[in-house]
Write a protein that binds this ligand. Structure first.
Ligand SMILES: [Fe+2]
Length: 304
């Protein structure tokens, strides 16, 4: 899953991006060491979702230029000091059906993060095409038979562990699905480290009622119930900024970068600042309804 953009300051080439890829698509990656950072400010991560980038960066949808919005997000991330330990994009990278050109344009738009030495981790959504994504980024399918057809990964980032899941079921078909085999893989991955506070990233929203949400939401929540080291599930899909919790498990719906579905929603990204007892999350708006810009919320970790 994870790609780490190389730190070369030159114009990005396909080789630059390939250099950072983990073979197999299932990876265990340590982010940059906090000790290497120039500042004593707490470490943080940039959380991004629903970029919906088209191959032509001038493309607009619902009155928004998605490439311009992503440029604004990247600029805002890089304006922060210190820079983040990593940035995660939670799916719907591409506009509609995951054309190869969409991913090529996306890589160009996030290139300033590469030059800023910010590791970037990408998940997939229902508007992505796994085969095209893998082809553009030269990602080989994993050898792990339980997730051979999925794009998943684990990021070991201080002080958290991130597990990025793949809920893309069928290209440009709205509902999402993890499936039995990915959930078995997830259980094994979670049981391998039951001490480190862990966050899950999945594109589809968790809802047992909504037909367009993650259709195996109930099975996922059942899996997470005894694994209390999982502190939050972060998703996109609805283009809505909301937070709630189930049994102390935080369910965080990230705003979209691309365009809102309703006029009362922001466009932007979130800063996640973890500590030993929880995390602070801050909304950073680049468009849409900005009345909640810089809104901060505390996410206390549930007891293990
Ligand atoms: Fe989306």
């Amino acid at each position: 899953m994870p790609i780490i953009l190389s730190s070369s300051a030159s114009t990005p080439t396909r080789r630059d991006f390939l250099a950072g890829l983990l073979a197999g698509g299932v990876g265990l990656v340590a982010t940059r060491s906090a000790t290497a950072r120039a500042s004593d400010a707490p470490p943080w991560y940039a959380l991004i979702s629903d970029t919906h980038i088209a191959s032509d960066p001038k493309t607009k949808s619902r009155g928004e230029c998605m490439a311009d919005n992503l440029r604004a997000v990247v600029d805002d991330i890089l304006a922060q000091s210190p820079s983040p330990l990593g940035a995660l994009i939670d799916g719907d990278l591409a506009l509609t059906d995951g054309q190869k050109g969409d991913y090529q344009t996306l890589l160009g738009l996030v290139d300033p993060l590469r030059k800023g030495k910010v590791p970037l981790y990408l998940g997939l959504g229902n508007h992505d095409d796994r085969a095209h994504f893998r082809d553009v980024l030269s990602i080989e399918p994993t050898q792990d038979t339980e997730v051979v057809d999925k794009h998943v990964g684990i990021v070991e980032g201080p002080p958290l562990r991130f597990v990025v899941l793949d809920s893309l079921d069928r290209v440009n078909v709205t509902p999402g699905l993890l499936g039995d085999r990915q959930r078995r893989w997830l259980a094994r991955a979670l049981d391998a480290d039951r001490k480190t506070p862990t966050l899950l990233f999945v594109h589809h929203n968790l809802s047992a009622e909504e037909p367009n949400a993650l259709t195996d939401t109930s099975a996922l929540l059942e899996l997470l119930k005894p694994r209390r080291h999982v502190k939050a599930v972060v998703f996109g899909h609805t283009h809505t900024w909301t937070r709630r919790d189930v049994d102390g498990l935080h369910l965080v719906n990230l705003p979209a970068v691309a365009y809102p579905f309703t006029n009362d929603q922001p466009l932007g990204w979130c800063r996640l600042i973890p500590d030993a007892e929880g995390a602070e999350i801050e909304l950073r708006c680049v468009g849409g309804d900005r009345k909640k810009d810089r809104e901060r919320a505390r996410l206390p970790w549930r007891s293990s």
